[in-house]
Structures are given as C-alpha cells and as structure tokens.
Design a protein around this ligand. Structure first.
Ligand code: NAD
Length: 451
C-alpha cells in the first residue's frame, strides 16, 4: 500500500466521513445505475450519506434522489455550407419545492443525460443552501461551440430554445449560462422566447439569466461565480489559519469561473502560480498575472503557449505546492490519482462535482479541506436570482449593491455549513448537504405531499 503524503497543515479528521463508494438502499429501490463511477450515482450518493446522518425522512430522500422531469429533444439545424445536422438537447427539472426550476445550459460535445441530471440535482441543493427561492434544473446541447461559426451557433441556440420553449418560463424554469454558453447565447434565448411565449403582455426576459447588461442582465453576474468562490475562501480561510495575501493558488479550467476566481483572488493579494485548461498546463513560481492571462485566453482560446509561464505535465501541475487549489473545469477531474498528487491546504470547488467520492476520501485522509461546490460556486445562481428580481420589478441595482447582497448570502451559507459540520462532526460536503436538506425538509413538512 502506498503511504500518502500529509498536506502542509492537516485538519483534524471529522468522525463521520462518507466511504469511497457509498451504497444507499435507495439506489436499489429506485433502480440506479450500478456502476460506481456513474456521475449521477456519485453526486446523489453524497447527499444520501448526509441524509442518513441527519435522519432525513425516507419520503424526502426518494423525492430528492430523482428529477421530476427529464426533457430530451432532437432538432435539425442548417449549417453554413447548406447541409443539415441533427442536434440533441436536454432540460432536466429536478425539484421545485422551493420555487421555479433554475440552472444553467451547457454546450459541450460530451453532454449526456446523467451529467445533466447530476447538475440539476446539485442546483436544487445549491439554491436551498444559499437561501434563494428556486429549485434546481439544468440543460444542454451536445455540441462543441468552438467548431461552429457565430451564425451556426445562433441558429442552434434559437432552434433549441424553440424545442424547449413549452417547458421553460419566467415563473416556471429559468435557465442560465454554464460551460460553453455565454451572455450572447442567453440574449438569443430570451429574444427567441419573447416571440414564442404568451406571458400575458409582460416582459418575458426574466425567462433566462446571465443576459448581457444591455438586455436585462445584472451588473456583477459575469463574475458572480468567481466572486462567490473568493467570498467563500475569505470566510473559510481564517479557520485554517490563512489570509488571502499569504496564499499561492492554482486553477484548473480558466473559463468564466476559473478566470474570475483567479482575478478576484489575486486582487485580494493571493498569487496564482499554476493554471490548466483544455489546451495545456502552465506554471510560474514567481506568479502568473490572472488579468493578463485572461486577456491572452480571450485572444488565443486557451492558456497553452502563454509566454510568461512554462509548460508543465499534468502531474507537475497537480503536484504544485499551493495553499489553495481551485478546480473550475469539468466534473470528476480529481479522482484517486489526482487526490494523491494535490499539494494544497484547501480545495475550493468552483466547478460542479469536480471531486469523486474516492478522490475526496483520500483528500480527507490527507487533511486537505474541501469547500464543496454547492457552497463555493453558489455565487452564480445567487446573482442570477438578483437579475431575475431586477427584471420582474423593473429595477437596476448598482454593482456595490449586487456584491454586498451576494456576500451576505455566501457568508450565511458558509455559516450554516459550519454549524452542520459542528453538529454532525462530519466533512464539509456532508455538512453542506445537511444544511440544504434541512430547508427542503421544512418545505415538504409545510407543503405535505399531494394528494
Ligand atoms: P467555461 O466554458 O467558461 O470554462 C470551462 C473551462 O474548463 C475552460 O477553461 C476549458 O478549457 C476548461 N476545460 C474543459 N475541458 C478541460 C479538460 N479536459 N482539462 C482541463 N480543462 C478543461 O465554463 P464555466 O462557466 O467557467 O464553468 C466551469 C465549471 O463551473 C463547470 O463545472 C460549471 O458547471 C461550473 N459552474 C459555472 C457557473 C457559471 O456561472 N458559469 C456557475 C456555477 C458552476
């Protein structure tokens, strides 16, 4: 057996920690996939572990273990050269006990149903934890946006909107950006929806958030997820005896969440020394300027070839000694091997589900603190909620107001998570799920289950 290196300052290991492969009886009851590597089984399994720990009623556990609705669509789109391609799209509506379904749209070539179900489930948990009146949803199109012209993307996005328009709405299901989608896509969706929907003469732009500021978007939305990651770090680092200005950090994924987390954390005095994305792994012990790198990525499409850093291997990137490691790319990127490599004190999950249960078990054994995604990356949905409120009430908030309100939600969610950790002597992910499930359980207790 390999002996694992200790993290620089080990945390005290909590008593209740989920096993590498949690086996809930609910998996059999609901016919879950049996593959332990299945993302949906892994994400829901982490919640079911926490649910068992807190004694969540069985009826609430089974409701939360499956989405309410899964929409799958196929639609043809004309390419620039005149030929037609058929695309596959999804919208999964996980739960609306606390309010309308809410969650992003992913445009990526590998999108499939179990990913979208997992992400929709995480949205339910996140919205509950961060105290916004939304449920959870997620959607996407199996498409590589980098391989299409702007005109093709516009037709794909508008045709996808048409295909799901009957299932979304400003009071029912409100999408937002995610991997591969951006404010322009959101504007096309809002515009297309406005021609299709009958919302009683009201402005329908609240059907989607993450829009450009010129068309109903909120100040601070673009950076919101990164801002929330840093707000969470600022709140949690003192527990580990750290201040931002004492931290070096690395970032995995330098898109919306990664680049904003990097820029904002750097502006608080931290130093970014390693970055990775789909184009490569780079490192500079003297520091990589996050603002300059973001400008480079805008022009070149990725961090590969950045002149003020050295290209390194995947292993060297993960093994770089830092205080904070920020995964902000895709799911399941910290598995057992990467968890053994990581040389950090704290992991701030900007991405959704970046750590597998097997990976997490190793991190906990090594005393590495994991700030879970449903807490750490909840800034995006929180400011999406502010955008929705502004659209519905015809208000425009200034940036200071947005940032201040966001910080209040993040601090409160962090505090609820810490309280649950203390009460149940568990890891932070289980604690965040417990805090989220408590609110959902209260809603079900008040509402009852019809009939
Ligand atoms: P994005 O498309 O802007 O960026 C994704 C990044 O991941 C890019 O830098 C890309 O190069 C990188 N990447 C993709 N494949 C990779 C690979 N194999 N190895 C290394 N890097 C790879 O997406 P985003 O909006 O920044 O989302 C990133 C993560 O954050 C996702 O998990 C998403 O669900 C989550 N998230 C996003 C938001 C939001 O507001 N955008 C909110 C909450 C959570």
């Amino acid at each position: 057996m390999t002996t694992l290196a200790k993290a620089p300052t080990p945390m005290q290991k909590p008593k209740n920690v989920p096993p590498a492969s949690f086996n809930s009886p609910i998996f059999d009851e609901l016919g879950f996939p049996t593959d332990p590597h299945n993302l949906y089984r892994q994400t829901v399994g982490a919640m079911l572990y926490a649910a068992e720990l807190m004694g969540l009623p069985h009826r609430v556990q089974i409701i939360l273990a499956q989405p309410k609705t899964e929409i799958m669509v196929h639609f043809p789109v004309k390419m620039d050269d005149g030929h037609y391609r058929l695309f596959k799209g999804y919208r999964v509506q996980h739960n609306n006990a606390l309010g309308p379904y809410k969650g992003g749209l992913r445009f990526h070539q590998d999108v499939h149903l179990d990913d979208v179900k997992s992400l929709a489930f995480l949205m339910t948990m996140k919205c509950s934890l961060v105290g916004v009146p939304f449920g959870g949803g997620k959607g996407g199109v199996k498409v590589d946006p980098r391989k299409h012209s702007n005109a093709e993307m516009e037709r794909i996005v508008r045709r996808f909107t048409t295909a799901i328009a009957h299932g979304i709405g400003p009071d029912y299901d409100i999408p937002a950006p995610d991997v591969g989608s951006n404010a322009q896509h959101m504007a096309w969706i809002a515009d297309t929806y406005s021609f299709l929907a009958d919302v009683g003469g009201k402005d329908p732009s609240a059907v989607i958030t993450g829009k450009p500021v010129e068309y109903g978007g909120s100040l601070g939305r673009e950076k919101a997820t990164g801002q929330g990651v840093v707000d969470t770090l600022v709140e949690m680092l003192p527990e580990l005896g750290l201040k931002p200005e004492q931290c070096t950090f690395s970032v995995l994924g330098f898109g919306n969440v990664g680049s904003w987390s990097g820029k904002i954390f750097q502006d608080k005095g931290a130093k970014m020394i390693a970055v990775a994305d789909h184009t490569g792994f780079i490192k500079n012990e003297k520091g990589i300027d996050a603002h300059d790198l973001a400008t480079y990525v805008q022009k070149k499409g990725g961090v590969g070839g950045y002149p003020n850093a050295t290209a390194v291997s995947k292993e060297e990137f993960y093994k770089t000694k830092v205080e904070v490691f920020i995964p902000a790319a895709l799911e399941q990127m910290i598995q057992e091997e990467e968890a053994k490599w990581i040389n950090a004190i704290v992991i701030a999950e900007g991405a959704n589900a970046p750590t597998t249960p097997g990976g997490e078990r190793i991190l906990i054994e090594r005393g590495i603190e994991v700030l879970p995604a449903i807490l750490c990356n909840a800034g995006g949905v929180t400011v999406s909620y502010f955008e929705w409120v502004q659209n519905k009430t015809y208000q425009m908030w200034d940036l200071e107001h947005v940032d201040r309100e966001l910080n209040k939600h993040m601090v409160k969610a962090a505090s609820k998570t810490r309280d649950a950790r203390r009460k149940y002597n568990c890891d932070l992910r289980s604690a965040a799920y417990i805090a989220a499930c408590e609110r959902l359980n209260q809603a079900y207790a008040a509402r009852g289950i019809f009939p």
